[in-house]
Design a protein around this ligand. Structure first.
Ligand SMILES: [Zn+2]
Length: 342
């Protein structure tokens, strides 16, 4: 099979497109022919060696993908050879305290595809049959590969961690990213008033089309002041923050008293100072968020399959252009998701 992998940390050029042995499924595993793979910003961090995840070489990235079942070793359960499938990227143990309490996204043993074991930047992958979910014929492989991380993560941030309710006002940072465009759709579904930010008017126009009520060009405007103006001085109930650095600290200035900020990314600055005094006097709340639980993933994917949520696919490149895909994601010159097709 062909694979795009890397043997050392570095720039996009360390991703090489090569021939590799076909993986062999173990008992209880399936061999899946990958048709589309999502490229995520964390892929770039893992390639560059700054992700803080353990990596062994050669490493095959790819946290979300869709494809067809090529073979099954042992019983297939709910899928059979030839079925079109999407996959759970985490394989939880099912027996730790987090799995037992329905929080399998926090599983202490769960190995992530593309993080601790080979992922979807390949023509073939093997994984436990329990990680496969069937997808309907009318849904393109690209949509199924573009949706799990963006919609699963955004759902977990807004609904689970942030407790977003109808009537709330939410600030969603970076509308042009995969997770930002998904969050706008989820917040609209939840009945919230949506304020969002982006660096260009073109991205903001797309965000407004998708349901954002107010848009702020952060290259031109001070977004904390604009948020105060838009909310009559009150501030927002919730901020989804996945940029980090100064965007994180300025986001704190956008909260109403008792407002919450959920943080889920930090590539613009991973260590940030912030003023503790207004934080406690206003009873602000700060929460982390990591991935999504399996029930959340199943719910958002069902809504994608029903057409209630629409993954935004910006560019689809051949797997041999994995390095180019990384340059594109790094440039942020796109709206939605970048995909690879092997
Ligand atoms: Zn577990």
């Amino acid at each position: 099979m062909k694979v795009a992998w890397f043997r050392e940390f570095g720039g996009p050029e360390v991703l090489t497109y090569e021939e590799a042995p076909d993986p062999e499924p173990e008992p209880g595993e399936a061999l899946v022919r990958v048709r589309a793979t999502g490229v995520n910003h964390v892929d770039l961090d893992m390639r560059a060696g700054v992700s803080r995840f353990p990596i062994t070489f050669p490493h095959t990235l790819g946290l979300e993908y869709s494809g067809e079942v090529a073979a099954i070793r042992g019983g297939g359960g709910r899928v059979k050879e030839g079925d079109r499938v999407w996959v759970f990227n985490r394989i939880p143990c099912g027996s730790c305290e987090y799995c037992m309490s329905g929080r399998d996204n926090l599983c202490v043993q769960g190995g992530d595809r593309g993080r601790r074991v080979p992922g979807g930047y390949a023509q073939l992958v093997t994984l436990p049959v329990s990680a496969l979910r069937p997808m309907p014929d009318h849904v393109p492989f690209e949509d199924a590969a573009a949706a799990p991380i963006a919609f699963g993560t955004a759902w977990h941030v807004l609904i689970n961690r942030g407790g977003l309710q109808a009537g709330d006002t939410v600030l969603i940072q970076a509308a042009g990213s995969g997770i930002g465009s998904a969050a706008i759709q989820i917040a609209r579904h939840a009945g919230a008033t949506i304020i969002t930010t982006a660096s260009t008017d073109e991205k903001l126009a797309r965000a407004a089309e998708m349901g954002a009520h107010h848009t702020i060009n952060y290259a031109r405007e001070e977004f904390p002041q604009r948020v105060r103006d838009l909310t009559g001085g009150r501030g927002v109930d919730l901020v989804m923050e996945h940029v980090g650095g100064e965007v994180f600290t300025k986001s704190l200035e956008c909260l109403k008293r008792d407002g919450a900020i959920v943080t889920v990314g930090g590539h613009s600055g991973e260590v940030v100072p912030f003023d503790i005094i207004p934080f406690f006097r206003n009873e602000y709340r700060l929460l982390g968020s990591s991935g999504a639980t399996r029930p959340e993933l199943m719910r958002v994917m069902e809504m994608v399959f029903q057409g209630a949520f629409r993954p935004v696919v910006s560019r689809v490149l051949d797997l041999s252009q994995a390095a180019e895909a990384h340059r594109l994601v790094d440039s942020r010159d796109f709206f939605g998701k970048v995909l690879l097709t092997p």
